[in-house]
Ligand binder design. Sequence first.
Ligand code: FES
Ligand code: FE2
Length: 406
Amino acid sequence: MKQYRRLTLVLLAEVALTSEVSTTPLQIRILGEDLVIFKTTENKVGLVHKNCLHRRASLAYGKCEKNGIRCCYHGWLFAPDGEILETPGEDPDSKSATKLRKTFKLGAYPVVEFNGLIFAYMGPTENIPEFPHYDVFDTLEITRRPYRIEYNCNWIQVLDAIMDPVHTSFLHGQSSGIQFSKGFAEVGELEFFERGIQYLGCNTRRVDDYVWIRVNELILPNFTQAGSAFATDGTKTRYFGRSSFTRWVVPVDDNHCIALAWGNFGERGDPMKYNSKEGCERIEAGEIMDRAWKERQQRPGDAEAVEGMGSISAHKGEHLMPTDYGVMVYRRRVRKLIKNLEEGKEPPQPQQKKGDIIRTNGQDTVLRAPKRNIDDQQFDAEKMSIKDRDRSIINQLKDIEKSGAI
Ligand code: FES
Ligand SMILES: [Fe+2]
């Protein structure tokens, strides 16, 4: 926990959906810490240590007021930034109360609320990064629906799935029937790209007369996107359709993580009819999450695949193959970044400079590129003279090469 906590906390951690946060305190666990998130009656969000600074009563039982949260046990009042505002059982002018207010603060983290998700910065205060701006924040023709999904396993197991594009052909296209669209069942050709801290796993499938390119994306440590889930079956032209989700996979502790995300719907995302809780779950995991064992066993989705390994999968028991290249490469980088951090070298931020917009690549594109078979060129030319036949076949092949349709 300590190691990846350090890696993750120098960036922003996503902690909750805005819709979950109210004047009733919510207890959450993020990066191995027990916290309470709340809203003051003036709508200011606070994210503080769960246990009161006085004698450790849980602030999950606290009362939210105009200026902060009041502990139920002896009434101490804390501001959203952790400042001790009141210690009502004590003489406020006493030496001990004055010293306490000056010297101590309740642990608290700065938060940013954006588009229905709450992000917190949990690293050293001297290194607070700018709130990263990803290009997909501005994509028009997309309606975003915030969602959360809980996984009973280590966060790396969930990230592995995004860098493992071939699993979509088997888990989502064959083992459990067609969970997304029919084209998923085709096994494509894989390509992987490492671009700074951005990792891409590209699966190119041929589906009838079309070529379907689907790009899964991981920007370290935990930002993920893919292509759409239901927008295409690979047989309809689509140009740079964007991801069905924009998602952060956040460690809760060593054995649990949460995906906090937007489901992306509309022309550039998934069809609007999936804009529901169940739709987000199906897009996220191939299946809805809350199912009986029998159903899960018959139609496993991502949750069954990644949780079934155990809450921490032992990598030494794996046998990695060329299709696991993406998994190998990004894991190696995570290990390296952790090692660097231990030696005092900060990991790179996705956003290089203030004001930059991070270019993302999760997408799918479907192009019409009809297959040309031997019968098109060679058999059809059999009636020609020997000289003309050869020339005709060669010219046709050159034309095909020029048009890119093969
Ligand atoms: S334990 Fe919170 S005020 Fe005493
Ligand atoms: Fe999957």
